[in-house]
Design a protein around this ligand. Structure first.
Ligand code: AQP
Length: 342
């Protein structure tokens, strides 16, 4: 049997779980924009069904979903080039997730470090949805037969699980139906760290606002957070090996490199020898120059929620042209009887 050739197609998503951070921007959205201009069909998603695996106030969820959509567009995702969707408006994601819940094994899910981190010490009290999260994520990707998924480093394990689910499904039903999706984890900022603790990921749910740069922060706040970012007493080295064992210093250099579209080596050639008292204002100026136009455009877009809702409705219709046939074929492979149209 010859393997099917899958259309080069990119899928990725972000949870509307409150605010967007510089980590989300550099690790994900900025790269979504780059891939939209390559030879891919691109589908980008606000994964609200993932967000509710932990408690979300309904009014906040609606507001955060629209704000995230505004963040995507303000960052350069063009609804004329990419399909932009809200996950719950494309029901095939959740329908395929149920099939995958029956393919994935409990033992696979128990190994997921994100579940362990998010459930914390009280795992018995975590929602069943939080445990099953990676099966829904596999469905998000495979309902499009997506071949590539740009993500930050923290999602690598979930992407491996997506490949395991596709492999087991194909094997169990003796088909070559789901592709083995490639994670795309590239660039200087695949793991942006907290500004207060270089061992922790920058995260929108970190209780400390000073730990992250929010995409809605104004220029003064961005500059202040960078000025106060934790560093060590040494200056910048002129080679990357001088950043080993210096997580906070490395983080600021990585952020600079990603914002400037440079490699770490290029940044250090230029900045090596500077003290942080000199480098931080340069980084702050660059961050403000790159982020302020995005936050201004986000503010303009969120003021027009009807326009955002219209775009998402149109996106869902486009998406369902892809997802409905794939779900129908999946049901057929599994042995479900299709409805008779009379
Ligand atoms: N710090 C980060 N560095 C690089 N990439 C990151 N991503 C998130 N944080 C960083 C990438 O952003 C995409 C969407 O992530 P998400 O919001 O759906 O979930 P998350 O990874 O759990 O992000 P947060 O900010 O930590 O959210 P909360 O606090 O709600 O759990 C993914 O591609 C992710 O890799």
């Amino acid at each position: 049997m010859t393997s099917p050739v899958f259309t080069p197609r990119v899928f990725s998503g972000i949870q509307p779980s409150g605010g967007l951070t510089l980590g989300n921007y550099l690790g994900a959205i900025k790269r979504f924009v780059d891939m939209q201009d390559d030879a891919f069909e691109t589908i980008y998603c606000m994964v609200d069904l993932h967000a509710i695996t932990v408690w979300q106030d309904p009014a906040d969820l609606r507001r955060n979903t629209r704000e995230l959509c505004a963040g995507f567009i303000a960052s350069g995702i063009n609804p004329e080039k990419s399909i932009l969707i809200n996950q719950s408006q494309v029901p095939e994601h959740a329908q395929l997730a149920w099939i995958f819940n029956c393919v994935a094994r409990m033992g696979w899910m128990q190994r997921m470090t994100q579940f362990k981190d998010k459930a914390g010490k009280n795992a018995q009290n975590a929602s069943l949805g939080l445990f099953a999260y990676p099966a829904l994520m596999a469905a998000d990707i495979l309902i499009y037969h997506a071949t590539h998924v740009p993500v930050g480093e923290d999602q690598k394990q979930h992407l491996e699980l997506t490949r395991d689910i596709a492999t087991k499904f194909n094997h169990d039903f003796s088909v070559d139906f789901f592709p083995l999706t490639e994670p795309v984890i590239k660039g200087a900022a695949t793991r942006v760290m907290s500004l207060r603790d270089g061992s922790k990921k920058m995260s929108k749910s970190d209780p400390s606002d000073a730990s992250r740069i929010n995409m809605t922060d104004d220029s003064d706040t961005i500059a202040k957070k960078i000025r106060k970012a934790k560093t060590d007493p040494d200056g910048l080295p002129s080679e990357a090996k001088g950043l080993e064992e210096r997580p906070e210093a490395r983080n600021l250099v990585n952020i600079y490199a990603a914002l400037a579209d440079q490699t770490v080596a290029e940044v250090l050639t230029e900045m090596g020898g500077k003290q942080f008292s000199e480098f931080k204002p340069i980084l702050a100026d660059l961050a403000v120059a790159k982020l302020s136009p995005i936050s201004t455009e986000m503010a303009r877009l969120v003021a027009e929620p009807d326009e955002i809702d219209r775009l998402l409705t149109a996106g869902a219709q486009q998406a369902r042209d892809i997802t409905a046939p794939i779900l129908r074929q999946t049901y057929d492979i599994v042995g479900m009887i299709p409805p008779k149209h009379v």
